[in-house]
Design a protein around this ligand. Structure first.
Ligand SMILES: NC(=O)C1=CN([C@@H]2O[C@H](COP(=O)(O)OP(=O)(O)OC[C@H]3O[C@@H](n4cnc5c(N)ncnc54)[C@H](O)[C@@H]3O)[C@@H](O)[C@H]2O)[C@H](O)CC1
Ligand SMILES: [K+]
Length: 499
């Protein structure tokens, strides 16, 4: 962002004009959020840089419209432009207070302490003020990002404002999309102030892109509409390899996730002894009973199974490590593959990078952080930024890597990263990952027939899964989204977007 705005300034755009333009847009938005009639008294936190400058311009405009504005500006040295706005605000008679307590009686607050220029931890006195504000129940709108958050990693440097809304300026700051930042950001919105595309492209051209998954991008990747003359074999055939005597449910959930994807044919390989349970739940699927070993894990696939007849394979949920022979066989195959759970643990044991660099077909890995650490111990050891870490993992293995967390990040081997910006903690529950594996597998099997890029299935699966979780949580509370229920919400969630 600094480089992009630097190009605009170098080309003649006055800094003050850009600040005025941006702050005007912020003012309009906060007035809509906090109307004068109900939220007359506003406290404005002003930092030393241009984030503080933005805040002062907003303070001035709100004052001129009749709001009762109180400024808290705990820095003696301000950047020049910020200093000028501070002086003008004073000349208008806007109240200035030295004690943070004076803001507690405000109806709402604007946070302009720091934006993307924060480079070190907050000093003790500022941290103290921020902690106090966080204990009040006064709503806070943060300009650009909650003060105290690092703009890239989203980590709180010491402490940070817990915002009600964050109005991010121009382009999404990566930090706002990181798990670290979630408890601080509140509702995030982008204030688009018309950065010239040429400047954005010139600065970002050489760095791999980071995208947000949007409903539009996710829906565009769905295998819809179906061709009027299609038939089941044209809609993909997925082989799910999952479950054990111990973990029957994992197999059922994976298969139900796959079913929801609309895949043309679904085959599910499970240990022979649990076949009747799967058949009862999934009358439409072809359940393959496999020879099992003494622990009740799949020992091997039946000889009749011809891997080359499937468009994709999803492998891992509920297998246990005792099924390592079958996982190794699948990894060695030439089929597009989604690996999860024990599939990942077997891969880690075999050596992630040497094993995957030998694969010819596409691979999708879906680790949570614990599995990620086992797969990529070196990357995980030095990790401060999930997005960079997942990108490295994809680049080193040639696989698409989906790192689970509060916000899923998906990296392609070319360095592109996709982040799904909306989800729900209701999904933090055993089995919800199994549903995701099946769903992605089913989408992948369909995509393979349409020659869609493999990451399309991953993005769409992640988005759809989160949407189902959010819809279920809305109707049933965050406690009501067990993994089976989640599978029941996949269709309603999609329908609500397609209408
Ligand atoms: N293109 C845009 O997005 C625009 C952004 N604007 C706003 O400008 C800020 C970024 O401004 P900048 O002055 O670079 O940084 P900050 O306001 O975040 O403050 C940095 C300021 O503070 C000093 N500093 C850094 N860390 C600390 C610390 N821990 N304690 C004390 N002081 C610290 C540092 O030396 C700087 O002086 C952006 O976020 C937007 O809000 C423009 O107004 C419009 C275009
Ligand atoms: K801020």
């Amino acid at each position: 962002m600094r480089a992009i705005e630097g190009r605009a300034f170098a080309a003649g755009m006055p800094v003050a004009a850009l600040m005025e333009k941006v702050a005007g847009l912020i003012t309009r938005r906060v007035q809509a959020l906090y109307p004068l009639s109900t939220h007359q008294k506003v406290g404005v936190l002003v930092g030393p840089g241009h984030n503080g400058g933005d805040a002062l311009v907003v303070a001035r405009e709100l004052h001129l419209q009749g709001y009762e504005v109180v400024i808290y500006r705990p820095f003696s040295r301000l950047k020049e432009l910020t200093q000028q706005h501070a002086q003008y605000a004073e000349s208008l008679g806007i109240a200035l207070v030295n004690e943070i307590e004076a803001l507690q009686s405000c109806d709402w607050l604007i946070d302009g302490l720091f934006g993307f220029g924060l480079e070190r931890s907050l000093s003790a006195s500022i941290a103290e003020a921020v902690n106090q504000i966080n204990q009040w129940s006064v709503p806070v709108v943060s300009i650009d990002l909650p003060s105290g958050l690092h703009t890239d990693t989203g980590a709180a440097l010491g402490t940070a404002i817990r915002a009600t809304q964050t109005l991010c300026l121009g382009l999404w700051k990566l930090g706002l999309l990181q798990d670290n930042a979630l408890e601080y950001v509140g509702t995030a919105e982008l204030i688009d102030f018309g950065l010239p595309l040429a400047d954005i492209e010139a600065v970002l051209a050489d760095s791999p892109c980071i995208h947000r998954v949007t409903p539009q991008s996710a829906i565009a990747n769905l295998p819809l509409p179906r061709s009027a003359t299609t038939h089941k074999y044209k809609m993909g055939h997925l082989l799910a390899i999952c479950g054990s005597h111990r973990y029957t449910g994992g197999a059922i959930l994976t298969a139900l996730g796959a079913r929801a994807s609309g895949v043309g044919m679904l085959s599910v390989a499970v240990p022979e002894s649990i076949k009747p349970l799967l058949s009862a739940q999934l009358p439409e699927a072809l359940i393959i009973g496999c020879p099992e070993n003494s622990s009740g894990a799949i020992a091997q696939l039946p000889e009749s199974v011809e891997l080359s007849s499937y468009n994709a394979i999803a492998c891992g949920p509920g297998l246990t490590m005792d099924a390592s022979t079958v996982v190794e066989r699948v990894i060695a195959s030439d089929r597009p593959l989604v690996l999860d759970a024990d599939g990942l643990n077997v891969l880690a044991q075999a050596g992630t990078i040497p094993t995957l660099t030998q694969r010819q077909a596409p691979t999708i890995l879906t680790p949570h952080f614990g599995e990620f650490k086992r797969l990529f111990p070196e990357i995980a050891a030095g990790m401060t930024n999930r997005v960079i870490a997942v990108r490295e993992a994809a680049q080193q293995t040639g696989a698409v890597v989906l790192l689970k967390g509060a916000r899923v990040a998906i990296a392609n081997p070319d360095g592109t990263v996709w982040i799904n910006p909306a989800s729900t903690p209701a999904l933090a529950r055993g089995g919800s990952g199994d549903v995701l594996t099946g769903l992605i597998g089913g989408l992948l099997a369909q995509d393979m027939l349409q020659s869609a890029p493999i990451e399309a299935a991953v993005q769409t699966g992640v988005w759809w899964h989160a949407e189902a979780g959010m819809l279920a949580a809305q109707e049933r509370t965050e406690l009501g989204v067990d993994a089976f229920t989640l599978t029941q919400y996949l269709m309603p969630a999609l329908r609500s977007h397609l209408q």
